[in-house]
Design a protein around this ligand. Structure first.
Ligand SMILES: C[S@@+](CC[C@H](N)C(=O)[O-])C[C@H]1O[C@@H](n2cnc3c(N)ncnc32)[C@H](O)[C@@H]1O
Length: 232
């Protein structure tokens, strides 16, 4: 098996040792095969909503002689899985909204026993907000750059309750404050997105106040990135 790319390897780093994991939307099966092969997970489930990706995961599982340890399941999200057996839910390479939909449909993940590792391809802000408002604590994040695209990988534990995060947190999460080159790049990127939204809004006189909110947010994010640069 080839080495995992930086995105999946950052996700693998968050997985706790000795656990049973489900890799939702496994596609080629790289992540779950790596975790079981390395002995990080004792067993695992590889699921996909589409037959073709699941077939390619099956081929890799067979090639790596992991058929006893990894079960493949053709399903939508987390439906029909043996919930009592799973400690790690990994959802990587999907949009933030899709990830939220998958978690919303599986109430059993709301448990202190279950740890989430999520890697949204888009709308990470929406995902962070949803996690905080639905009882999850984002304990760690890692920013990675793959082929000029920046991504975050989120590690979260269920603690119950409801937190209302502010917009700054939703856009920067636990990357804010890290002395890490990619976390800084991520914050700069988020600040630029806010400036882009503001310049669009400024085309209309009646949206001026609304635009100022985005400019303020961009300034705050850039200031934080400046500070982070001092520690690098
Ligand atoms: C872009 S691939 C990501 C593959 C891998 N997880 C990664 O990060 O490299 C997305 C995969 O998720 C699957 N998928 C999309 N929606 C899904 C859902 N609701 N339940 C299960 N799998 C899903 C797709 O069929 C596809 O194989």
């Amino acid at each position: 098996m080839e080495k995992l790319d930086l995105r999946l390897s950052a996700a693998a780093d968050f997985v706790k040792e000795g656990t049973v994991a489900v890799d939702v939307g496994t596609d080629h099966g790289y992540l779950i095969c790596y975790l079981v092969n390395e002995g990080i997970c004792t067993r695992g489930f590889a699921t996909d909503i589409n037959k073709k990706p699941l077939e390619s995961a099956r081929a890799l599982i067979k090639e790596m002689d992991l058929e006893e340890e990894i079960e493949t399941v053709l399903t939508d999200g987390l439906k029909g899985l043996p919930e009592d057996e799973i400690d790690e839910v990994l959802i990587c390479g999907m949009g933030g909204e899709t990830i939220i939909g998958i978690l919303e449909d599986a109430d059993w993940v709301k448990s202190e026993k279950v740890h989430l590792v999520l890697q949204p391809m888009s709308r990470a802000d929406m995902l962070r907000r949803w996690l905080c408002e639905n009882g999850w604590d984002i304990d760690e994040e890692k920013a990675v750059e793959v082929e000029k695209h920046l991504y975050t990988v989120i590690s979260a534990d269920y603690i119950g309750g409801k937190e209302i995060p502010d917009d700054f947190y939703c856009l920067t999460g636990e990357l804010s404050g890290q002395s890490d080159e990619y976390a800084i790049k991520y914050l700069r990127w988020q600040a630029n997105i806010q400036r882009g939204i503001a310049s669009g809004l400024l085309r209309s006189e009646k949206e001026k106040e609304h635009a100022l909110v985005h400019i303020q947010l961009a300034d705050m994010i850039d200031e934080q990135a400046d500070e982070m640069e001092n520690y690098i």
